[in-house]
Design a protein around this ligand. Structure first.
Ligand SMILES: [Fe+2]
Ligand SMILES: [Fe+2]
Length: 275
């Protein structure tokens, strides 16, 4: 089977364990083997039926319906870990989708996204295992659908996908992770500190995912003769991307390849200085 159709098959799987196993197996077989071609076209009419595969639980709710969780109770920490676990489940789907969906890109693009899918599967598994130590499992709490709804909106435009999923939503994860870690450190329970350590691994990998988004966003803009900074502002408004909120993790964002101009653009000139 064409590896990108194997990515589609994994994307359609509804059982989380089966999806993670299929993703990891595919990535192990293909990512570092340059003799396996990925760039030959695979798309066919009606092939997005059953995309994305996801289990019946967690119940999907709007982002505003997800309650705030206290890090000071085990139940609150379980809900918090579940929320991140759900993001990682969606992140596996979005990386598989980015691998499968867009014909006509270079070999390296597909390999990059399959590597991301593999890392997202590891993140999901680490968090799910941790959640089980708290007496819960994936599906026990509701989850919101923000990440996948942006995939839907950008399904016909690879430039918009790169701009708004890795470079916007995953980049927001770079900003949010240190704040979540600080909250967990304040709780100071062994399971909270174990979650902080898992988030260290995730943060490191996520810098790489945002960098891959930057790499291919710029490559596509160059191919189309588009100015990446000006076009980002257009896409951001067109697809009603969620507002970027300070404090920003400028160090991680710079490591992920945002330019000084893009980092300055994050903060409107009339916003109060940050402390
Ligand atoms: Fe992740
Ligand atoms: Fe990611």
């Amino acid at each position: 089977m064409h590896p990108r159709l194997a990515a589609l098959a994994a994307l359609r799987l509804t059982d989380p364990d089966a999806k993670m196993a299929a993703t990891r197996e595919l990535a192990a077989r293909v990512v570092s083997d340059s003799s396996v071609p990925l760039a030959t076209p695979v798309r066919a009419p009606g092939d997005d039926l059953g995309v994305p595969g996801r289990p019946e639980r967690p119940l999907r709710v709007s982002a505003t319906a997800v309650e705030r969780r206290s890090p000071f109770t085990t139940e609150g920490r379980a809900a918090l870990v579940h929320a991140i676990c759900h993001i990682e489940f969606n992140a596996v789907n979005l990386a598989l989708d980015a691998t499968w969906r867009y014909d006509g890109l270079p070999e390296a693009y597909y390999r990059d996204w399959l590597r991301v899918a593999d890392e997202e599967a590891q993140h999901f598994t680490m968090l799910r295992d941790h959640l089980r130590t708290l007496g819960h499992d994936y599906g026990d709490f509701p989850g919101h659908d923000g990440l996948w709804s942006m995939c839907e909106k950008t399904k016909d435009d690879a430039i918009a996908r790169m701009a708004l999923v890795p470079r916007t939503l995953e980049a927001r994860g770079l900003d949010a992770t240190p704040l979540i870690q600080a909250k967990l450190r304040r709780a100071n329970a062994p399971d909270a500190l174990a979650a902080v350590a898992i988030l260290d691994v995730i943060l490191r990998d996520e810098v790489g995912h945002v960098a891959i988004g930057n790499r291919w966003y710029r490559w596509l803009c160059e191919r189309e003769g588009i100015d990446p900074v000006a076009h980002y502002r257009v896409l951001y408004r067109l697809h009603d991307a969620p507002r970027l909120r300070a404090p920003f993790n400028l160090e991680a964002r710079a490591l992920a390849g945002f330019t000084d101009e893009e980092l300055r653009d994050l903060e409107p000139a009339d916003s109060p200085p940050r402390r």
